[in-house]
Design a protein around this ligand. Sequence first.
Ligand code: ADP
Length: 222
Amino acid sequence: MKIQQFVVIGLGRFGSSLALELMDLGYEVLGLDKNEEIVNDLSDQLTHTVVADATDEEVLKSLGIRNFDCGIVAIGDDIQMSILAAILLKELGVQTVVAKAISILHGRALEKLGVDRVIFPERDMGIRVAHQLVTPNLVDYIEISKDYSIVEMTVPATLDGRTLNEVNTRTRFGCSIVALHRPGGIIIAPTAMDKLQTGDIMVIIGSNVNIDRFEKEAADIN
Ligand code: ADP
């Protein structure tokens, strides 16, 4: 299978962290930034690096940008540059274009240009941290739509040794435990007779309202 190739435009805090993580995950990454120092710092950690202005169409063409599976515009502060780079990636035919927005309006402009996915790292991280602060058992969560999410939650001590049948989240709370992470393995689609253990992480799917109720009441189930 062909290894997916990513081009990351702008290697600031967000772009460089994204690029390095993609490398760790085994993908090929071209990092581009107009700042030579930043590029030099990363040159031996990414597949390819280039010092260039992302709004220079000829440079992007000569790099064969259209052959990349995914382009990420990680320029934040300079909205004009971010928008121009996103337009060029789309026009040059990068399959999927992702762009970071620093404000709602910036995000809306990127969406109008046909950017496939707009991300708001600071806003999303703020929301995520707020959820984690008020729900001590919450490990992580993914929004699957406005009203539904998948969350990862540690098993409270009170549920140690209880079967899924006893906890019965589906009837009590309207949400389902779809997997259990435990040291040494993951149980996908656990059965009613599988037992929860302290230290397990439950993967739960449901409406936000129902998951929220489960999070708040899980420790008091008897
Ligand atoms: P962060 O908040 O993630 O650090 P910044 O917006 O501060 O993001 O950094 C964006 C990076 O994008 C900087 O390294 C900057 O040099 C780079 N950059 C900005 N405009 C361009 C451009 N036109 N072409 C290439 N790189 C750019």
